[in-house]
Design a protein around this ligand. Sequence first.
Ligand SMILES: *[C@@H]1O[C@H](CO)[C@@H](O)[C@H](O)[C@H]1NC(C)=O
Ligand SMILES: *[C@@H]1O[C@H](CO)[C@@H](O)[C@H](O)[C@H]1NC(C)=O
Ligand SMILES: *[C@@H]1O[C@H](CO)[C@@H](O)[C@H](O)[C@H]1NC(C)=O
Ligand SMILES: *[C@@H]1O[C@H](CO)[C@@H](O)[C@H](O)[C@H]1NC(C)=O
Ligand SMILES: *[C@@H]1O[C@H](CO)[C@@H](O)[C@H](O)[C@H]1NC(C)=O
Length: 263
Amino acid sequence: MWLVLLILITLGINFCHLSYSNDNEYAVIKLQCYFESFGNDGFGCRTVNLTSNSRRTFIKSILRLSTTNSKSKSKATNNDVNTFYSYNGNITFIPKQIGEHFPNLNNFIITKTGLKYIEWRDFKHMGHLEMIKLNENKIEAISQCAFHYLENLKSINLDGNRIQILPLKLLTNLPNLTEFSANDNDITHLMTEMFKENQNLKTLLMNRNKIEVIEIDFHGWNIDRVEFKNNTCINMKYICCAHVIFKNFTEHIKKNCGGPDFC
Ligand SMILES: *[C@@H]1O[C@H](CO)[C@@H](O)[C@H](O)[C@H]1NC(C)=O
Ligand SMILES: *[C@@H]1O[C@H](CO)[C@@H](O)[C@H](O)[C@H]1NC(C)=O
Ligand SMILES: *[C@@H]1O[C@H](CO)[C@@H](O)[C@H](O)[C@H]1NC(C)=O
Ligand SMILES: *[C@@H]1O[C@H](CO)[C@@H](O)[C@H](O)[C@H]1NC(C)=O
Ligand SMILES: *[C@@H]1O[C@H](CO)[C@@H](O)[C@H](O)[C@H]1NC(C)=O
């Protein structure tokens, strides 16, 4: 009976859990970070020497480092931290439990690391996130459930990674998403359902990918800025250009191999 339950639980969990590698080494780390002011009214945790090379890397505690000019910030607690910022970390996976230590994060930034995989539980307990910026890493795969409970998200930046496929349901449940940027990746296909639930999207940037097919019908959208420059060869046969209401769309895909297909 317990065995059956265990199997069911495992199946349930695996529903959103893509397996990429057998790297299951368990690691517990102490997160070292500088507390710095970020924006007008909050603090950032800027990590130092962050190492996380297994999907089972958990944060046991936070070690606060303080900069010499931050006396006034010494009273800041983990609850005051609104920004997590990691630059140049030695990471393949995002360490787990960041959201449990910093329950009020609005901004999450990881840049110039070896980050390869975004997993379904990476943003757990981060329901206040408004901005995720994961540019210039080595991201290959993103779980379709990764952003699912981040209803307040307004902007996602995945520029400069190695993404080939955006999971179909990646952006469902994000009604307030206004900006999605994935320039400089290897994405080949944008399927019909991709931005279906993001009716507030204003900016969509996907320059320098390998897009061949765009199935999305942007009809009726109030979108301001769309860029698909320097992709491989966009075939527009699934949408009728007459529906495309944003300015200068053809201008943006002109440099693709065949130019736009007209309806
Ligand atoms: C981070 O790593 C560098 C190089 O190993 C070391 O010199 C430095 O002291 C470390 N910083 C902290 C805060 O641990
Ligand atoms: C990164 O971390 C791994 C351990 O996870 C270690 O073996 C490796 O030397 C580290 N690389 C750098 C550049 O610090
Ligand atoms: C979306 O934004 C509107 C207006 O800013 C806000 O009232 C609403 O609560 C937001 N919805 C979610 C799910 O965050
Ligand atoms: C597109 O490619 C052309 C020719 O390689 C280059 O001049 C231009 O800057 C590129 N545009 C963008 C937005 O990458
Ligand atoms: C559209 O493209 C044309 C030709 O490149 C340019 O002259 C015009 O300013 C563009 N309009 C907008 C709104 O960007």
